[in-house]
Design a protein around this ligand. Structure first.
Ligand code: ATP
Ligand code: MG
Length: 347
């Protein structure tokens, strides 16, 4: 169980330290943690946000626990040297094509969401978003029309292999959850979505235990707010997933609680909080480390099959919250270290 710890910049350092304390407290016999630099700190030390040393460490590991990257000192650098490029580089180098974001409302936090408390309580959702295809990666450019108007274009495309592999991730997640899978597309107007739907239906034959449904993305956006409890797992493309996963995350509450995983074909994965490096509160013991602690739980579940240990961490976080331990993002005043202590106490 070799884990590369890439804490990165800003609060990434502080929140990752707490997640590491929680992992160590589990006393897993084969746990091995190796630190490596990434982001602005890596640029300052090695001249690149994703240096070869870090890639070497990562390639020799089974999973990555990632903090955050982003450093105001690096704003003036050329694009390929900016800290944010590190995460894109890691996804590409490691073939991480599936992004998983769970969204649930913790007990006692129903009033903090943007939904009615009874609606919020019904949410137990996982969004599976494709990461490597779609309109972000197609041919793009600016041209001039025959009439002399400037015109921008971005080609949206998916091939069947790209759809098939993300469909499998969605079905496996739904199966593990014992739930339904909703595939979100826009098949009434887009060719990519027609292919998407065909392939998802084809893959469904391999998962007879999962109930599959299809929904157009505009309706899905509405249903997520109206009746989110109807969803167990949503699988969708890069563009629709980008939007829906942010929407879903704000339906359940705070930036300091939301974990994510980026997965490839095998058991390897990169696990990180959805928040950034938050330079405004960095180094002040103000960041909520729960999102990173919950990301470590996702890592134990998805990369190492340690379901019981993952559930143990999640229960400890839930208990700390129920006991009123709240970070600044939740309107409380518990510090980073204090929140880590509370989770450890409840393990
Ligand atoms: P990035 O470009 O890296 O996404 P950002 O500025 O868009 O950065 P964040 O770094 O996620 O976004 O911060 C957004 C806001 O949320 C900031 O005001 C930050 O202080 C707050 N915030 C982010 N993460 C946490 C956390 N773990 N605990 C408390 N507050 C947080
Ligand atoms: Mg941001």
């Amino acid at each position: 169980m070799k884990i590369a710890v890439l804490a990165g910049d800003g609060i990434g350092q502080e929140v990752t330290a707490e997640a590491v304390r929680v992992l160590k407290a589990l006393e897993l016999p084969s746990l091995e943690l190796v630190d490596a630099d990434v982001g602005g700190i890596a640029y300052k030390r090695h001249g690149h946000p994703l240096p070869p040393e870090t890639l070497g460490t990562v390639r020799a590991s089974d999973a990555i626990l990632f903090g955050a990257v982003g450093d105001p000192d690096c704003d003036a650098l050329e694009r390929h040297l900016r800290p944010e490029q590190a995460i894109l580089g890691l996804r590409k180098e490691l073939g991480l094509f599936a992004n998983l974001r769970p969204a649930t409302v913790f007990k006692g936090l129903e009033d903090l969401t943007s939904l009615r408390p009874d609606v919020a309580r019904s949410i137990d959702l996982l969004i599976v978003r494709e990461l490597n295809g779609d309109v972000y990666f197609g041919e793009k450019g600016m041209r001039t029309t025959p009439g002399g108007l400037r015109e921008g274009y971005d080609i949206m495309s998916y091939n069947e292999d790209e759809v098939r592999r993300i469909a499998h991730v969605g079905f496996r997640a739904a199966k593990a959850k014992g739930g339904r899978l909703c595939s979100v597309d826009k098949a009434n107007v887009l060719e990519t979505s027609q292919l998407w739907r065909d392939i998802v239906i084809e893959v469904a034959a391999e998962y007879p235990e999962v109930a599959l449904s299809h929904m157009y993305v505009d309706n899905a956006a509405m249903q997520l707010v109206k009746d989110p409890g109807q969803f167990d797992v949503i699988v969708t493309g890069n563009l629709f997933g980008d939007i829906l996963s942010d929407q879903a995350s704000m339906c359940v509450g705070s930036i300091g609680l939301l974990a994510s995983a980026s997965l490839g074909e095998g058991s390897f994965g990169l696990y990180e909080p959805i928040h950034g490096s938050a330079p405004d509160i960095a180094g002040q013991d103000k960041a909520n480390p729960m999102a990173t602690i919950l990301s470590a739980a996702m890592m134990l579940r998805h990369s190492f099959g340690e379901e019981a240990q993952a559930a143990r961490i999640e229960a400890a976080v839930a208990k700390a919250l129920a006991n009123g331990v709240k970070g600044g993002d939740l309107g409380g005043n518990a510090g980073t270290r204090e929140i880590g202590d509370a989770v450890l106490d409840n393990l």
